[in-house]
Design a protein around this ligand. Structure first.
Ligand code: NAD
Length: 708
């Protein structure tokens, strides 16, 4: 037995086991300390002639190895130094590859990034079946590429196209898929994983078991086996990356370049190519921003929002009121999470439509072979429609998603208060109404909070939980846990119209309408915003959301916040003309099938077609409007931290992660600069819309950033 800090080596006759156990951590991390120890252990093991099989195992319950130390990656500031560090790590993995023993990575949990690269340096990889097992190389998500030999070894192991399909999107797969793809060679039942791995090692030694060498399929041979095929393959892959990233994320493109440049090179040359690329990427602002977002994600996934410590029971039965766009989506999500759902609407027409929508969402699951028809039928049977409150007496909680009208919501809450059990929470999905007012219609305001999903429910990860002055901590704990049970990212915010995401996004959409009114071409406007990194242009988004829906919310916000949110007159004209966006066939664009062209009717509604300002001015007007409103949310205490706003905007609107978040971006521009531009816009365009918040002025005066 030989223990250093991170690794313990034990021996059972000819089997050696090197167990990884990062001290004081839930996860095994390949920090430089751990790597140094690994190096020493490997030197010692190489000399042990009587050890013929080496298993690398983990002492952690559901993690094999979580990868390299992200703090160390974050601290890299010199490309050459970064590349050299990477080479050092790789030399250790090369040592592992050259050990005289049969080496086997025994994957009992998450095996990602550097962890999977370590496995690739072993002769074999075996894994269990547990759900916690996720295998892959997600480095691009941090703005870098796999730098411990992943780009060198994976294409050799599973072929170039399959390796690209894993590395470029940073995909993680479960162990069954990993086996199918050739990422691991054997699966064993989890409780006996180490024993079976030992047996497997012995059998390999004795020649009783053999892992078949991979035979590339004909298409693969044609594409990968010759220069012309390969150049087609890389060109296509590059095109796909551009399509999904619009060039905003350099890491997947760099990984492509690196893997292409490695073809025909020696192991040492290929390794150096990889390290050099890692060096270049790791020092970029984009990588630092993505790491910032990674930390935000980790922290907010676990964050507790109250002092309460008792975790609430799992939710099993939910009532949904309102079977429209949102109610239908919510019902499907509940079913998908195996939660029984009773859904009420005024008539069966709406309910039938909601069930049809849910089925459609499942159709995609079947088409992509994620689910079988039997599973879908079983889940669909969890949704039962009703036009009365029958069945609401025994639900754990209710989500209300009826029309956005205070009188209707209050009536529904009054009725719910009478029919559901006294301890059940009542949640509202309102996007812009005051939750406090809705709660007033019940005798249980402490059990009422906002539970704001984003559209489409199945795709948007954010859930805004709105706490009124009366909402109890216990209700917040239930809401937060329930949001996580549904796989969503919850943020808890205060009860003011629009909460935070819509309150910040709507003024931006409104500003886009003003720009349109001033004559900017819709396509130009949408293009510059996508150029900034937003997933959609604001006018495309308006068409998608529904111009009537946006206009309605914008009006509520104008009433609440006054002239700085005055709705652009053109929006009212478009809405009055019954032009509602995609659902009515046309909005700012005419939608025919998948094609969209600028709508001449809407173009004709604006007073001017002569926009005289630069793309830069347009972008600043849009983005700074959001920053300004975000700072007001902070100033008023509607939200507790800049980080909460950034999580909200990234997960609720797709604000580009490579920018680090809205307020992280503001920091990088400099609050002083933003303030100066807002002041200039006040004189040039509108006094009220661009009036800087008190907080921005204070921050600029004292030289403070949103993030410390
Ligand atoms: P919708 O108009 O598509 O659906 C509302 C449904 O509620 C209709 O089917 C209607 O028949 C039903 N309804 C009305 N009164 C009812 C009652 N008394 N009892 C039962 N059912 C009743 O609306 P939607 O877009 O699904 O929005 C619902 C709620 O979700 C609103 O508060 C909205 O602000 C909010 N929301 C909407 C979006 C979005 O993008 N559509 C996003 C987030 C939140």
């Amino acid at each position: 037995r030989n223990t250093i800090n991170h690794f313990t080596f034990t021996q059972r006759d000819e089997i050696g086991i090197l167990e990884f156990d990062t001290p004081d951590s839930n996860a095994n991390i390949l920090s430089s300390h751990a790597l140094k120890e690994l190096d020493q252990q490997l030197d010692a093991i190489a000399a042990l002639e009587h050890v013929r099989v080496l298993l690398i195992t983990s002492a952690k319950k559901s993690i094999f190895i979580a990868g390299a130390d992200i703090k160390e990656i974050e601290s890299l500031s010199d490309p050459q130094d970064a590349s050299d560090k990477c080479e050092l790590g790789k030399q250790i993995f090369d040592k592992l590859e050259k050990l005289p023993q049969v080496t086997i990575a025994v994957i009992n949990g998450a095996c990602v990034g550097g962890g999977y690269e370590l496995s690739l340096a072993c002769d074999y990889r075996v894994a269990g079946f547990a759900d916690s097992i996720k295998i892959g190389l997600p480095e691009v998500k941090l703005g870098i590429l796999p730098g411990f030999g992943g780009c060198v070894r994976l294409p050799k192991r599973i072929g170039i196209s399959k390796a690209l399909a894993m590395i470029l999107p940073g995909k993680l797969v479960d162990s069954r898929t990993a086996l199918k793809m050739g990422l691991v060679e054997r699966l064993f039942y989890d409780p006996v994983l180490v024993d079976e791995a030992s047996k497997f090692g012995r059998n390999i030694l004795a020649g009783r078991d053999k892992v078949k060498t991979r035979k590339p399929k004909l298409v693969e041979k044609l594409l990968e086996g010759n220069p012309i095929g390969r150049s087609i393959l890389f060109r296509q892959a590059r095109k796909n990356v551009w399509k999904t990233t619009s060039g905003h994320y350099p890491a997947p493109l760099a990984a492509l370049d690196a893997i292409q440049a490695m073809v025909g090179k020696s192991h040492a040359e290929a390794s150096r190519i990889e390290s050099d690329w890692l060096g270049k990427l790791a020092v970029t602002k984009i990588s630092k921003n993505l790491i910032h977002v990674f930390y935000l994600d980790e922290a907010y996934r676990k964050r507790s929002w109250t002092d309460a410590t008792t975790p609430p029971a799992k939710v099993e039965k939910v009532g949904v009121v309102g079977a429209g766009v949102m109610g239908g989506g919510i019902a499907q999500l509940l079913a998908k999470k195996n939660i029984v759902c009773r859904i009420k609407d005024l008539n069966y027409g709406a309910l039938a439509l909601a069930l049809k929508t849910a089925k459609k969402l499942y159709a995609y699951q079947i088409k992509t072979r994620r689910m079988k028809q039997g599973q879908v039928d079983a889940q669909m049977s969890l949704i039962s429609p009703t036009t009365t409150y029958a069945g609401f007496g025994n639900v754990d909680l209710v989500i209300e998603a009826v029309v956005e009208r205070m009188d209707v919501k209050q009536q529904v809450f009054k009725e719910l208060d009478e029919v559901v059990q006294p301890n059940a929470c009542l949640f509202t999905n309102t996007s812009s109404l005051r939750v406090t007012e809705i709660a007033e219609s019940t005798n249980r305001p402490e059990k009422v909070c906002g539970f704001h999903f984003f559209n489409p429910v199945h795709r948007m990860p954010l859930l805004e939980i709105i706490k009124t002055d009366k909402t109890s901590d216990e209700t917040i704990v239930i809401a937060v846990a329930f949001a996580r049970q549904l796989g969503k990212m919850p943020i808890v915010v205060g009860d003011k119209e629009g909460f935070i995401v819509n309150r910040i996004l709507l003024p931006y959409m409104n500003e886009a309408a003003y720009l349109f009114q001033e004559g900017i071409e819709p396509e130009r406007l949408d293009k510059i915003v996508k150029g900034f990194g937003m997933p959609m242009g604001p006018l495309e988004l308006a068409d998608e959301v529904g111009i009537d829906v946006g206009f309605h919310v914008a009006q509520i916000l104008e009433t609440a916040y006054g002239p700085r949110m005055r709705v652009a007159p053109v929006l009212s004209d478009v809405d009055n003309a019954g032009i509602f966006g995609k659902k009515s066939g046309s909005g700012f664009y005419v939608h025919k099938g998948k094609k969209a062209s600028v709508n001449p009717k809407v173009l004709g509604m604006r007073p001017s077609a002569d926009f005289k300002h630069s793309d830069e001015v347009a972008t600043k007007r849009l983005i700074y409007t959001m920053i300004n409103e975000a700072s007001r949310c902070l100033e008023e205490g509607v939200v507790d931290a800049a980080a909460t706003i950034d999580v909200g905007m990234i997960y609720g609107t797709g604000f580009p992660p490579f920018r680090g978040g809205l307020l992280k971006y503001a920091d990088s521009v400099g609050v002083k600069n933003i303030l100066a531009d807002l002041r200039a816009f006040q004189t040039q365009f509108d006094q009220q819309r661009f009036e800087p918040s008190g907080l921005l002025q204070k921050m600029a005066d004292s030289g403070v950033n949103f993030y410390a």
